[in-house]
Design a protein. Sequence first.
Length: 57
Amino acid sequence: MTSARWRKSSFSSGSQNNCVEVSLAVEHARVRDSKNATGPILAVNAQTWQALLRWVE
């Protein structure tokens, strides 16, 4: 997973430490805490990721 491209949430601001990063691929999405880049990663398949995005809209 070291070659993954991680993006920080567009809702993150410099004054808050509650940030997540997302790494997207065709077959899956991965989410991690931006403060703990070597910590746990939540990985879901593409269908589940799309369902989550529809739910939070």
